[in-house]
Design a protein around this ligand. Structure first.
Ligand code: CMP
Length: 138
C-alpha cells in the first residue's frame, strides 16, 4: 500500500473560488502536499489524461470541461492515501456524496464534481507523473 495519491481541483471549483477552502479541508484531514501546481490543460492533454474513459459516452464532455479553465494538480501524502482521500471527497455524483465530503460541499453535478482523486496506487503514480517531473516530486 502506497502512502500517496493524486488530486486535481477541477475548473468548476477554481472558477467559483473554492480552491482555498478545498485545500484547507484536504490539509485538515491530515494530508500533506508533496507537489502542487496551478495550471490549465489543453484539450489534447485532458484527452490523454482521461484516455481510459475514451469509450465512455461522457468522454467528449469530460475532456471539454477539464480543459475549460484552470485546475490545481497535487500529489498528497498520508497513510492509506488513496482510500482515505476517496472517502474525503465522497461519491462521484455529489447528490450521492456523504454530508461533509468535499463533493457534497463544493460540487454541482457528476461531470462538474470539483475534485479528482486517484482510484488505485498504480493510477496515483501514473497521474502524478503526468503532471510532475522527478525533480518536482521529492
Ligand atoms: P473523476 O474521478 O475525475 O474521473 C472520471 C470523471 O468522469 C469523473 O470524475 C466525473 O467527473 C466524470 N464522469 C463520470 N460519470 C459521468 C457522467 N455520467 N457524466 C459526465 N461525467 C462523468
Amino acid at each position: 500500500m502506497s502512502n500517496k495519491t493524486f488530486t486535481m481541483i477541477k475548473p468548476d471549483a477554481t472558477a467559483k473560488g473554492h480552491t482555498g477552502a478545498i485545500l484547507d479541508q484536504i490539509i485538515k484531514a491530515g494530508f500533506s502536499i508533496k507537489a502542487m501546481k496551478w495550471t490549465r490543460l489543453t484539450t489534447a492533454q485532458a484527452g490523454e489524461f482521461y484516455a481510459v474513459h475514451k469509450e465512455r459516452p461522457f468522454y467528449g464532455e469530460l475532456v471539454a470541461f477539464m480543459s475549460s479553465g484552470p485546475i490545481v494538480a497535487a500529489i498528497l501524502e498520508k497513510d492509506n492515501a488513496v482510500a482515505d482521500f476517496r472517502t474525503l471527497i465522497g461519491a462521484t455524483d455529489p447528490a450521492k456524496a456523504e454530508e461533509g465530503t468535499i463533493r457534497k460541499n463544493f460540487a454541482s453535478s457528476v461531470g462538474e464534481n470539483a475534485v479528482h482523486g486517484s482510484d488505485s496506487d498504480e493510477n496515483a503514480a501514473i497521474e502524478g507523473s503526468f503532471f510532475f517531473s522527478g525533480l518536482e516530486r521529492f
